[in-house]
Design a protein around this ligand. Structure first.
Ligand code: SF4
Ligand code: SF4
Length: 427
């Protein structure tokens, strides 16, 4: 384990602005201590994930730094459409770069219009302010053509870092899946050039299994949340899912399965942090990058529990697996394209399958109500909310749409609305 001095030296070596970063170090632990730490009835095995989060700019970036010193490459990604399997098969490490902290938003606003979604502004600020070791350690950023805000932000970021953009089709016809397979082949070429390694069937087969195992562990975790009483809070479950974007995939799957062993024992003993009759909430919508626990905190301190997230920091990240029985490299790439194109992001049209997923999750997780969460200025998800609302009305599933940012300014206003919604669910 690296000492604090070694980690601080690493921050300096990768070009971080240490003075500005001290500002981050002054605020981030406070968020964890205020929101995550005081929870009661937490499982013992959540400890590993808490440690990853409380040392988020230390432990894992130091591993990435060492990986580079040993000749490996690091890829930073912003979207669940980027196939980690390819990067891993080429001895690359992929790490999430999405910003979830208000600390970075002002830095992003120096480059982007204020009416850009906070996730994009925070991601931009973390790089431009030189205050994220993940951004500094990455050799190449992989962006993707999904929403307009991201597409334009990549053009600005590309002036600062080596960047490759994947085109993500906006429809899901057979020819679109073929096109996405071509995009994956292009990523192979780019990543081969950077790493100096050649993709082959065996290493890709192994990396498909590794990433599938990570997803299997997350699916297992989420299945435990179908129980009543739920054996883990929504805040802790979300924190585990957020860690999945940073941690070593093999270690992550192992630690998540250990946590699941404990959660399954809790289910048998009917133990959990909340009473069995507490209202159960399915959260849908935009991703919640670390440390965005704002909505979960409001819900779980207002008398309800979050039992599932239909989002990219939720089911959209791990629900689908890649077929493991392809017999050649072409088949593997096609299997990857098919799997990734099953993800139902609002950037697709039509996107009826997402509504169907949400109705299915509401039943599987025995949700009493749905809170549809949209980050401010995200036109895609706020527009899709209209269609979702009418579909859920037909199913008689209570629905609340909220739009918010990373600041705390609207927290009390949101709390009033969330409390009223939960009160209605109780009635
Ligand atoms: S919401 Fe869409 S654009 Fe954002 S991470 Fe998910 S798939 Fe990518
Ligand atoms: S939340 Fe919406 S606007 Fe923000 S990055 Fe995701 S899709 Fe784009």
């Amino acid at each position: 384990m690296a000492t604090y001095q070694e980690i601080r030296q690493m921050w300096s070596d990768v070009g971080m602005d240490l003075d500005k970063h001290d500002g981050f170090l002054n605020t981030f632990p406070g968020i964890y201590k205020r929101i995550i730490q005081p929870q009661e009835g937490r499982p013992d095995k959540i400890d590993y994930f808490s440690k990853v989060v409380t040392s988020v700019h230390g432990r894992r970036p130091y591993e990435l730094f060492k990986h580079k010193q040993n000749g490996g490459k690091v890829f930073g990604t912003y979207c669940v459409y980027v196939p980690d399997e390819i990067l891993l098969a080429l001895n690359g490490v992929s790490t999430g770069l999405c910003g979830g902290d208000q600390f970075w938003v002002p830095g992003g606003e120096k480059f982007l219009p204020a009416n850009t979604c906070p996730l994009i502004k925070s991601s931009m600020g973390s790089r431009m302010d030189r205050t994220s070791p993940f951004c500094q350690v990455a050799d190449m950023f992989i962006g993707e053509a999904t929403c307009d805000g991201k597409k334009k932000a990549w053009e600005i970021l590309a002036q600062d870092v080596p960047m490759h953009i994947m085109e993500v089709p906006q429809m899901k016809r057979e020819k679109d899946i073929q096109r996405f397979a071509e995009e994956i082949w292009q990523l192979v070429e780019i990543a081969q050039n950077l790493t100096g390694n050649q993709l082959n069937y065996d290493t890709l087969a192994q990396s498909i299994i590794t990433i599938n195992n990570k997803r299997r562990a997350l699916k297992r975790l989420n299945r435990t949340r179908q129980a009543s009483p739920v054996p883990i809070s929504g805040k802790d479950a979300l924190m585990v899912i957020q860690v999945a974007f940073y941690d070593d995939p093999i270690r992550f799957a192992e630690m998540t399965n250990i946590l699941c062993d404990e959660l399954e024992e809790r289910i048998i003993k009917k133990e959990g942090p909340f009473a069995a009759d507490i209202p159960r909430i399915l959260v849908t919508g935009t991703p919640m990058a670390l440390p965005n626990w704002k909505l979960h905190h409001l819900v779980e301190t207002s008398g309800a529990v979050v039992v599932c997230e239909e989002s990219c920091t939720g089911t959209r990240y791990f629900e689908e697996l890649v077929e493991e029985d392809s017999t050649d490299l072409n088949g593997q790439i096609m299997a990857l394209a098919e799997r990734y194109m099953k993800t139902n992001c609002a950037c697709f049209t039509p996107n009826q399958a997402r509504t169907e997923d949400i109705i299915r999750y509401a039943k599987e997780y025995k949700a009493d109500g749905i809170i549809d969460y949209t980050l401010q200025f995200c036109g895609l998800y706020s527009t899709e909310s209209y269609l979702l609302r009418s579909a859920l009305k037909n199913e008689a599933i209570p629905f609340l749409h909220i739009e918010t940012d990373y600041s705390e300014q609207d927290s009390e206003q949101l709390r009033t609305r969330i409390e009223a919604f939960i009160e209605m669910l109780r009635d």
